[in-house]
Design a protein around this ligand. Sequence first.
Ligand SMILES: [Zn+2]
Length: 60
Amino acid sequence: MAKLACKICKKLVTGDKCPLHPDAKLVESWKGRIIILNPEKSELAKKMKIIDKGEYAIRL
Ligand SMILES: [Zn+2]
């Protein structure tokens, strides 16, 4: 199954909704991918306002 990106946090999910944003729309046409392991320590995570570890799309 293709991964979809949450429109709010850009998290890549394989299910039918983002665990953090069950009401958010999922986008199929995302570009790029980053994996955040330590959101507290990652500058990129701060910049992208990522608070949960996981896989994220760079652009939607
Ligand atoms: Zn989300």
